[in-house]
Design a protein around this ligand. Sequence first.
Ligand SMILES: Cc1cc2nc3c(=O)[nH]c(=O)nc-3n(C[C@H](O)[C@H](O)[C@H](O)COP(=O)(O)OP(=O)(O)OC[C@H]3O[C@@H](n4cnc5c(N)ncnc54)[C@H](O)[C@@H]3O)c2cc1C
Length: 229
Amino acid sequence: ALVFAEEMGVRTIPFMPALVPLRLKGGGYSRWSGIRFRGSVTLLINNVPLITDSGILQTTDYGISGIPVFQISRYAVRTLYENKSDAVSVRIDFVPDCSERELEEELFSRKERCPYKTMRQLLSGMLPEKLIPFLLPKDCPADKNNIRLVTEILKNFTAQVRDSAGLKYAQVCSGGVPLSELTEKLESRRIRNLYFTGEAVDVDGMCGGYNLQWAWSSGHAAGNAAAEI
Ligand SMILES: Cc1cc2nc3c(=O)[nH]c(=O)nc-3n(C[C@H](O)[C@H](O)[C@H](O)COP(=O)(O)OP(=O)(O)OC[C@H]3O[C@@H](n4cnc5c(N)ncnc54)[C@H](O)[C@@H]3O)c2cc1C
């Protein structure tokens, strides 16, 4: 669709993956690969939160996936496309059902009840077991300072985004023919009787059926307009 549009002299934006897993910078992600847990993920641009989503997150050997990651991914990819590659990061909350203070108090209370427990044992039952060694710093006795440090890690784990998992893994594309090139009836402003619809247009929505709805609605609108000619 893009090649055709360009050949016809219509301005286009390159297709970019959206609703897609994200690759993270740094190594060692094979150690957390294959875990599903309830969490929340926030996209940060220049350390400023842009969008947060919660639900079942999945860890992979290259980064993170799951519906909440899909929901924030188009903003990450578009920012990376604008070459602000160091500006994009994600913050994961591994214990979204309690505040930082509540989590810290719970860990202190567990330690008080069972002073002999290691940090790993204190976290048992709060997180998937496989995540605990990945998140805990090396040599982390269960003292006051480390309980505070671990609370901070569990609530605010931050990693830079390298890129997305790519078009092959995306459920939809952003990019295509910008709406500014089209009339309200989706006809090209440059070429009469030429219409663009669905994913060929730079419109993409969140998970939830919005992309299929856009494909059907835009096809219906453009088809009706073309039939009126
Ligand atoms: C795995 C997956 C899951 C998804 N889940 C959802 C979901 O749950 N909800 C939702 O809303 N959206 C979902 N989507 C997105 C949604 O399916 C698309 O946004 C929508 O189908 C786009 O419709 P379209 O008509 O623009 O393009 P397409 O559905 O891609 O249709 C384009 C058609 O054109 C044909 N074609 C291509 N080139 C040519 C050519 N040269 N000549 C003739 N024919 C050609 C193709 O074969 C294709 O049949 C999902 C997508 C994927 C990949």
